[in-house]
Design a binder for this molecule. Structure first.
Ligand code: PLP
Length: 361
């Protein structure tokens, strides 16, 4: 059991300590005789947990006071719709940098609600995919917002710079990268993330939104997506995903206990460097992403001989290395190494890759 490492892209593994804490109080939470998932979200005990989780998240990310933090439903895709409804009128434009399948998905959803315009798209040179840096020009200045995805979970493409957007508010889908490094929240109008990659269990999404962007939702916006209603009600306009919220709170405590995001940042760097060093080593494995844009969280890689894919995956499972199959759009392998993946897991994977190459190279 102890030697199994789960590289799933999402829902993904959670920190071992967090799972033990949750297990210990699963049946009898705070001596109430009930589980946390069996109590009212409006009760004093749950409200304390909810407020503490919000405060811990604010501390971790240094969220300024003029930003709301919302705990809501509908995952990342829910926000693909909530963002245009809250931030744009039907005749307004939204700008999009398309760097992979999720930011592309955001464009098609936004097109239902506004004029979604792609201003830059992932490109390829010498077989390597990279993120272009589109110039900002005056024709873009009256757009309602500028959407991008700093880490593409499926494609394994990440970039750590901000698109040039003038005064147009930046909206970032951080579903698979939030909490992996410190951020300067002030640079963003909205940050959102489905929880199931780097925050907690599925069912919860977190939205961090600047004051001035709240209260502008279109009249027809479903109430559960209206940022103003969510903010006024402390994210309890309707029943929130209480268990996921509680568990996310434990993850935030764990992150603080590890030393916060600058410590986590270094650890993520170290983990990714180990894995990419192995991928780059001999040509037996390879990556099709430009070195500048290789994700630290989701690491897709291919075997030079794809006929060995199935054997690789089979033997990896036998070695306790689970869920390494690449996304169905991409094929090959993908190792997701979010915050919860210990460095030992990456070391075990690298050793397995070396052994597999030795015996099949
Ligand atoms: C997983 C993911 C989504 C979709 O999340 P759901 O919660 O399944 O709606 C959107 N964006 C990114 C970057 C993701 O990784």
């Amino acid at each position: 059991m102890n030697d199994v490492f789960n590289f799933s892209a999402g829902p993904a593994m959670l920190p071992h300590d967090v799972m033990v804490w949750a297990k210990d109080e699963f049946l009898n939470w705070r001596d109430s005789g009930s589980s946390v998932m069996e109590v009212s979200h409006r009760g004093k005990d749950f409200r304390e947990v909810a407020a503490e989780a919000e405060q811990d998240l604010r501390d971790l990310l240094a969220v300024p006071d003029n930003y709301h933090v919302l705990f809501t439903h509908g995952g990342g895709r829910g926000q693909f719709a909530a963002v245009p409804l809250n931030l744009s009128a039907a005749d307004q434009t939204s700008l999009h940098l398309v760097t992979g399948s999720w930011s592309k998905g955001a464009v098609s959803e936004a097109s239902k609600f506004n004029h979604a315009k792609v201003v830059g798209e992932v490109a390829e040179k010498d077989g390597l995919r990279y993120v272009p840096k589109p110039a900002f020009d005056e024709s873009m200045a009256d757009a309602a917002y500028y959407h991008f995805c700093p880490n593409e979970t499926v494609d394994g493409i990440e970039f750590n710079w901000l698109p040039e957007s003038g005064d147009v508010p930046l909206v970032a889908d951080m579903s698979s990268t939030i909490l992996s490094r410190p951020l300067n929240i002030k640079d963003y109008g909205v940050i959102y993330a489905g929880a199931q990659k780097n925050i907690g269990p599925s069912g919860l999404s977190v939205v961090i939104v600047r004051d001035d962007l709240v209260g502008k939702a279109r009249q027809e916006t479903p109430s559960i997506f209206d940022y103003a209603l969510l903010a006024e009600s402390d994210s309890m306009y309707n029943t929130p995903p209480t268990f996921s919220w509680y568990l996310a709170g434990l993850v935030f405590k764990w992150l603080k206990g590890q030393g916060g995001l600058s410590v986590i940042d270094k650890r993520n760097e170290e983990k990714a460097n180990l894995l990419y060093a192995e991928i780059n080593n001999t040509g037996f494995y390879r990556s099709n992403v430009h070195p500048d844009n290789r994700s630290r969280m989701n690491v897709p890689f291919q075997l030079a001989n794809p006929e060995l894919d199935n054997l690789f995956l089979e033997q990896a499972e036998q070695a306790g290395l689970m869920a390494l199959k690449g996304h169905r759009f991409v094929g090959g392998m993908r190792a997701s190494i979010y915050n919860a993946m210990p460095i030992n897991g990456v070391v075990a994977l690298v050793e397995f890759m070396q052994e597999f190459e030795r015996t099949h190279g």
